[in-house]
Design a protein around this ligand. Structure first.
Ligand SMILES: [Zn+2]
Length: 73
């Protein structure tokens, strides 16, 4: 049975956000910007799920601070 259809995440060779070549410093992304985009998507999905149970705003804020301390307007 062929197993090639399932690509291990560690074998990605392009940024999952924009498809550009991955930068070693930002794996598995091409840049910190795309890492931020992915983080935002991930947090967004988690936030929607969380609202069905209970608010988790403090965790979100803490994750954003830990991510690099960038200012988000
Ligand atoms: Zn990218």
């Amino acid at each position: 049975m062929p197993t090639a259809a399932v690509k291990p995440l560690g074998k990605r060779r392009s940024c999952p956000i924009c498809g550009k070549p991955i930068a070693a410093a930002h794996r598995p992304f091409c840049s910190g910007r795309c890492a931020d985009v992915d983080l935002s998507r991930w947090l967004g999905g988690r936030y929607r799920i969380a609202t069905e149970e209970e608010p988790d705003i403090e965790d979100l804020a803490e994750a954003l601070r830990a991510e690099g301390g960038q200012e988000f307007d």
